[in-house]
Each structure stands twice: as structure tokens, then as C-alpha cells.
Design a protein around this ligand. Structure first.
Ligand code: ATP
Ligand code: MG
Length: 300
């Protein structure tokens, strides 16, 4: 084969690969190659009594690699359902989810989850918890030890690595949960109210840690919270969801997460726009809660 023919064939192969990628993306209805693309996602739970709950309806969202997005909304508006679908724990009734060019069909190490609490292995030490994912992957011991040590440094738990989980405070346990998630090197970290069970001071420290990890690792993060202030601080992008059916009600692009990296978060909260956004979102969620209460009262 002549060199010119070889180049021609190579070009044809590359074009075919690019076309096939385009086709996959068109089929999935997305143009995002890198990152997460959610298109027309709906989820209906059919209940044993014959009724059903429309937990999500036509949710569409594109998340770029490295974006930090917080999710707010009244109880029952489908936040956890959305996260569970992205994690691959639940299959949606309809819609598509594409991550880095491939469709999400189930759980995968590329998507790590941090729960509110209680997801650590109680019988293992801190070191063993953080090293669990790498162990499952069959990573050589020395490499695993290096990763675990590094992550324990990052979350400030080096001195606690041989402790059992039950010997740790709630905040420390959440730091272990974060380190364990990072040890799998996921592309996306999904957090469902990860700081909800912590006292105010520990929560503030953890908020700073989340921002630090986001900046240092460049991971894409979706964080659900009930706290409007936390959503403002930890979301360069913030979505407010509305209930019945669960849907995206409003979206904000905010400067506070960027401002908060390595800074005193109490100072960030003094930003003039912070207070006005907080009041606006609080009123929005308050109105939704009122509407739900009204509907519930009317139904009884
Ligand atoms: N497995 C299930 N079976 C039936 N209904 C469900 C199931 N999971 C969730 N739902 C319903 O779907 C709706 C959304 O629930 P979801 O847990 O996603 O809300 P949420 O926004 O996370 O609420 P919260 O803020 O209280 O955690 C609710 O009406 C809930 O009752
Ligand atoms: Mg929830």
C-alpha cells in the first residue's frame, strides 16, 4: 500500500469514527461530548394501590466537566430521584442521560455518591474504608497506600487512619466518605445532603473543604441541599426545583463558589448580591411550600 493510500484510509477511518460519535449523540439528543447531558428525563413511580407519583417531568440539563452545581427545592420535588437516576441506581421512565459520550444504563465508578450519613463500613478502619474502591479494582498495595495517604492528607484525617468509623465524629465520618468517593477517581461526584446532619461550625468547615476539593480535583459535582445559603455558597450553578411534578423551576449562575475557594465563607456571605439572592430564593421556596400545603389541605 502506498503512503498516500495509507493516509487516505486513516482519514476515512477517523471520519467514520467521528460520524458514529455524532450519530450516538444525535440519537441521545445531545451535543455534549465531555460532561453530563440529561434530556427530557421523566420518572413515574407506580404504587401498589394503582395510583402513581410523577417524581420528575421533562428535566433537561447539560453539565460541563468541572462544573459545581447545587440543587435546591421543597421536600418531595424529586432531588434524590434525579441523583439516583444519574447514579444509575434507578432507571427513568423516559428520557436519556449521556455521560462523556455514552449513555448511562447503571451504576459505574465514573459516578461516585456521597450520602447524608451511614454509608461507611463500620467494621473497617478509616484507611480500609478509603482504600475499599482501589482494593476492589485489584490495585497493587503500594499504589493503594499512596492514594489513601494522599486523600487522608487532603481531608485532614492522617492521624485517624487506623481508627474505627464509630470512633469518629459526624464531620470526620463525612470527610472519610468524601475521601472514599475520591479514591475511586470518579468523573462526577453526586452528593445528597452530605452536610445536612452536621452542626453549624463543622458544616461551615466542610463547605470550605468541598470548595477546595472541587478546585483541586476539577471534578464535576452535583450537590443537593436544603440550605439556601449552602446552595449559594457551593453552586457556581444553582437550580431550584419545583414539585408535582418535579421539574427545574429556575437556574442561577453565581460568583460565590469561586470567591469562596480558600476564603472565609462568612466574608463571602457579606457580598451584596448574596443577601438579595438568598431572600429571592427563600421566598420562591416558601411560595412553593405554601402551595403544597394549600393543595394538601384542599385534598383532605
Ligand atoms: N421508590 C419510590 N416509590 C414511590 N414513590 C417514590 C419513591 N421514591 C420517591 N418517591 C416519590 O417521588 C417524589 C420525589 O421524591 P424524592 O425523594 O426524589 O424527593 P426529594 O426532593 O429528594 O425530597 P427530600 O427533600 O424530602 O429529600 C416524592 O413524592 C416521593 O414520595
Ligand atoms: Mg431527598
Amino acid at each position: 500500500m502506498t503512503p498516500a493510500r495509507r493516509v487516505e484510509l486513516r482519514r476515512a477511518t477517523l471520519n467514520a469514527a467521528a460520524n458514529s460519535r455524532d450519530q450516538t449523540q444525535k440519537k441521545a439528543g445531545t451535543i455534549t461530548v465531555s460532561g453530563l447531558s440529561i434530556k427530557d428525563l421523566s420518572m413515574r413511580f407506580d404504587l401498589p394501590n394503582g395510583s402513581s407519583v410523577q417524581a420528575l417531568e421533562n428535566v433537561s440539563l447539560d453539565l460541563k466537566e468541572g462544573e459545581l452545581m447545587s440543587v435546591l427545592g421543597p421536600s418531595g420535588c424529586g432531588k434524590t430521584t434525579l441523583l439516583n437516576i444519574v447514579a444509575g441506581f434507578l432507571a427513568p421512565t423516559s428520557g436519556t442521560l449521556v455521560m462523556n459520550g455514552h449513555e448511562i444504563t447503571g451504576p459505574d465508578a465514573e459516578r461516585g455518591m456521597v450520602f447524608q450519613k451511614g454509608a461507611l463500613f463500620e467494621w473497617m478502619s478509616v484507611r480500609e474504608n478509603v482504600g475499599f474502591g482501589p482494593s476492589m479494582k485489584g490495585m497493587p498495595k503500594a499504589e493503594k497506600a499512596q492514594i489513601v495517604d494522599h486523600l487522608l492528607d487532603v481531608v485532614g484525617l492522617q492521624d485517624f487512619k487506623e481508627k474505627a468509623v464509630y470512633e469518629l465524629s459526624g464531620g470526620m465520618q463525612q470527610r472519610v466518605a468524601l475521601a472514599r468517593c475520591l479514591a475511586n477517581d470518579p468523573d462526577v461526584i453526586l452528593m445528597d445532603e452530605p452536610l445536612g446532619a452536621l452542626d453549624a461550625l463543622t458544616r461551615e468547615k466542610m463547605q470550605s473543604l468541598v470548595l477546595k476539593l472541587w478546585k483541586e480535583t476539577g471534578k464535576t459535582i452535583i450537590l443537593i441541599t436544603h440550605s439556601v445559603e449552602e446552595a449559594l455558597l457551593l453552586g457556581e450553578r444553582l437550580i431550584v426545583m419545583a414539585p408535582r411534578p418535579g421539574r427545574i423551576h429556575k437556574e442561577y449562575h453565581l460568583p460565590f463558589a469561586e470567591l469562596g475557594v480558600g476564603a472565609d465563607l462568612r466574608e463571602v456571605k457579606k457580598h451584596p448580591e448574596f443577601g438579595s439572592k438568598r431572600d429571592e430564593i427563600l421566598a420562591m421556596i416558601w411560595d412553593m411550600e405554601e402551595e403544597i400545603m394549600g393543595r394538601t389541605e384542599a385534598a383532605t
